[in-house]
Design a protein around this ligand. Sequence first.
Ligand code: FAD
Length: 520
Amino acid sequence: MIAFIERFLHENDVDSIQELEAKEEDDILVLFRGMELQGTVEYGFHGSASKDFGGMQSSKPLAVIRPADREDVAKVIRLASRLEHLTVAARGNGHSVNGQAMAHRGFVVDMKSMDPIIEVGPTGTYADVSGGTLWEEVLKRCVLSHGLAPRSWTDYLGLTVGGTLSNAGVSGQTFIYGPQTENVTELEVVTGKGDVTVCSRSQNSELFFSVLGGLGQFGIITRARVLLQPAPNKVRWIRVVYSEFSEFSRDAELLVTQSEGDSFDYVEGFVFVNSDDPVNGWPSVPLDANHPFDSTRIPRNAGPVLYCLEVALHHTKESDDRRCTVGIRVERLLGQLGFCKDLRFEVDLSYLDFLLRVKRAEEEAKASGIWEAPHPWLNIFVSKRDIADFDRVVFKNILKHGVGGPMLVYPLLRSKWDDRTSIVLPDAEDDIFYIVALLRFYFPYPRGLSVEEMIAQNQEIIKCCNKKGFDIKLYLPYYNSKEGWKKHFGNQWTRFQEKKASFDPKAILAPGQKIFPKNW
Ligand code: FAD
């Protein structure tokens, strides 16, 4: 039996703790040897599984398992269920920002190490994809080999299928197709009991809906059936600027509520600072270096921040041949909008380049060191009722100098989100709500704010929203206390607990979310 008594030791008794940890690792080694995994196990690991994109937390897993298949995943979960304190975290690409994919003194299952499987079905309407596959791999395989593509995306595609399905997966296509969780029809899941189960809307539907947006609490997704559609050839990508939030939100809401096919194929928006600040200000808007931002076009009465509506329209070779149908459609759609005259930016690019647009930012950030800096990101869903006040108190006031990175804000439609999943949205029943994403992306202190200052600013925003009674919910939520989670889930909390008791009764899975302690 493994000795789990280190918690009784005095914190300063470093030698004893190290001895016990070494003993624990030896015991685990013996257990793994008897399991005959097809994949590999690494012990005493301090590499990437101890860190995440947030760069604010670190933890020391007992072992990192690189599974070869779903059976390996099931064996690891069954082993953990036999041992009193052991937990298991599936790690996608570790792009969480608050340690959600970590398991301190537990097992981290590195899902990305499984060979990516991307099999397009015979009808071309779906692809079966392994849970640890990166969305960028899904994109390239489907487009280049089949001329097909998933319908709903995230902005950045260096994320795994299982990782985004455990949250939602949101981008500029969400207003049409719903989040990525709405665009899968079947999942293969290894539950917290170690059972390998196939589920869908009609088969084991309780597990299917629980796992979608389930923060990894109910099972590890080993395969997802992702809906596909014909991929376009090219995309016209356009940005237009507003000085008034009311006009920006009116136009954005108009575009996301048009009937299908009558709007752009992608609608997002962001707030930027009304200054020449290279990161937060005017220079963050143009899409083409040859078309700079002409600040003389900004209305004189503009406030400290401005708004950019970002849209895109797909086009195919066929539509080009029909004498620029795209150009005509773009003018018709833009003609309805009230943006600042002459503050319009556009480029044509391939569909792959459009969907991989954040990859370029990643490469630049890696070269400059910003990628490795801490990222205390804050993502919030805000009800339509409160978004104008949110703009007034948060964007125009607390964040009037920016966050050192994109401040996204754009509307989504509740009717595109199945309320049987585990995702939590604002309470108000209005169909429209907004996503706000504060994506801090700046040089580490002392060039930028310290982590503490950025976290304090996030807390100030949340506190201010609570004080004003704004109807908000965190996206990619993170709480340290049970009370925080109870409040987050609201009247869905009891249901969430029941689902946990049903699919992961020993609370083995995703301990980094800090929702259920083991043996709760
Ligand atoms: P991880 O961080 O590895 O895991 C996240 C959680 O899911 C953990 O609890 C983990 O245990 C669990 N998990 C991982 N794999 C599985 C699995 N196979 N089965 C069950 N549970 C699993 N989100 C958006 O919606 N839209 C965006 O546009 C967007 N852009 C982003 C851009 C960047 C640069 C970054 C860093 C993040 C972005 N995100 C976005 C957030 C992202 O969707 C989440 O952080 C997501 O969880 C990251 O995926 P991952 O594969 O790295 O998951």
